[in-house]
Design a binder for this molecule. Structure first.
Ligand code: TYM
Length: 370
């Protein structure tokens, strides 16, 4: 039996199966009214993820799990593979192409449904970069220079690419080009969301009310910021050079067990929930809790009598059980690159229909067209 937290995802994985097997599936997706205009009371959800290969559990618990839930409760939902964001630092073109397909396969395997949401590749919708220019003309270098992610990423570089500096402006454009009002993200994206809110306000003040307020939706508790297994004071990240710092959704059972065994903890043998004093153990408990839906307190109760090393094996087994069906699906989908390309092409067409309307409105308001 899959853990409880996954029941929803299973539903989507199964519906995805029928989607793949049906020759009518892609056309059927066009009938879903996801790109009609919205009334002011309706929701539009937008979020993005960089194509850095298969997702890790930080992406999953911090963002994608919520994305899957929002497909059920929102009027219009768009998720973008933000390829333009991933070229702000030097990249290998062949790796990038492979990563775009891997992240598409991962999102579908987690339960993102092309029938319920628009899944697309950012660079296929040129209005993101067009709006980004307009917004870039409205912000200041001082404001961008203060953003913590820019400071962190540029700290070790001798020459800083301009794209890295203006990255958050493109992120604001990603959201505003769809007039999205709900943006489900992990905690690390909050400052970027604040910039999008600021730019929406500024635009509305200068040119008249046009953009809604884009609200960040952050997961509850420790899922909002899953920590590195090697350094539990840092977030789990794809850019960490040590692959043992993260669990990826395509990892094998052996890899998962090995990574959890090697996770940095401390020398206290019993299992306790103390995020401040014992961040390493708390991180494993938090991941275990997110994976199974059990409270940390209950996990600790069930671990009475176990040493931390023994508890790690229990947690690893629960993580393996949660990831196994997703990994199987990812591997199946990666054998169908044509299908993945088709999903992205269909998504781009639908996203462009919305983006074109907003861009037309922006051009008129700014004075670029009559
Ligand atoms: P990215 O690709 O780094 O991450 C995708 C999503 O995963 C979340 N996340 C985490 N959540 C909890 N714990 C972690 N350790 C963890 N690591 C990653 C991120 O918060 C994010 O929600 N700049 C964005 C992509 C982006 C975007 C956008 C997001 C571009 N345009 C517009 C929202 C709206 C980024 O690099 O995410």
């Amino acid at each position: 039996m899959p853990p409880k937290a996954y029941s929803l995802h299973f539903r989507w994985i199964f519906s995805l199966n029928s989607l793949i097997n049906s020759p009518l599936s892609i056309n059927a997706a066009y009938n879903y009214p996801i790109y009609r205009s919205l009334s002011t009371k309706e929701d539009r959800v937008f979020s993005g993820i960089q194509p850095t290969g298969t997702l890790h559990i930080g992406n999953y618990f911090g963002a994608v799990k919520k994305w899957v839930e929002l497909q059920e409760s929102s009027d219009s939902v768009l998720y973008s593979i933000v390829d333009l964001h991933s070229i702000t630092l030097p990249q290998d073109p062949q790796v990038l192409k492979k990563n775009i397909l891997e992240v598409t396969a991962s999102l579908l395997s987690c339960g993102i449904s092309p029938e319920k949401s628009i899944l697309f590749q950012q660079s296929m919708v040129p209005q993101h970069t067009e709006l980004s220019w307009v917004l870039g003309c409205m912000t200041t270098m001082a404001r961008l220079g203060h953003l913590p992610q820019y400071k962190e990423k540029s700290a070790s570089l001798k020459e800083i690419p301009l794209g890295l500096f203006i990255y958050p402006v493109l992120q604001s454009a990603d959201i505003l080009i769809y007039k999205a009002n709900k943006v489900p993200v992990g905690e690390d994206q909050l400052q970027h969301l604040q910039l999008a809110q600021h730019l929406a306000n500024l635009f509305n003040k200068r040119f008249g009310k046009f953009f809604p307020h884009p609200k960040a939706l952050i997961s509850d508790g420790s899922s909002a910021r899953v920590k590195s297994l090697r350094n539990p004071t840092k977030k789990m990240s794809k850019s960490d050079v040590d692959p043992k710092s993260r669990i990826e959704l395509a990892d094998t059972d052996d890899q998962i067990v090995n990574k959890v065994k090697k996770a940095l903890t401390d020398f206290t043998s019993e299992v306790t929930w103390d995020p401040e004093g014992r961040p390493g153990v708390a991180n494993i408990i938090a991941i275990h809790s997110a994976m199974t839906g059990k409270d940390p307190e209950r996990i600790v109760e069930e671990a009475v009598g176990l040493e931390t090393a023994q508890y790690k094996l229990v947690a690893a087994e629960a993580i393996c059980e949660g990831i196994r069906p997703i990994r199987t699906k990812i591997n199946e989908l990666l054998k169908e690159p044509q299908y993945l390309h088709q999903v992205l092409a269909d998504g781009a067409e639908k996203a462009s229909n919305i983006a074109a309307i907003t861009w037309d409105g922006v051009r008129k308001l700014v004075g670029l067209s009559h």
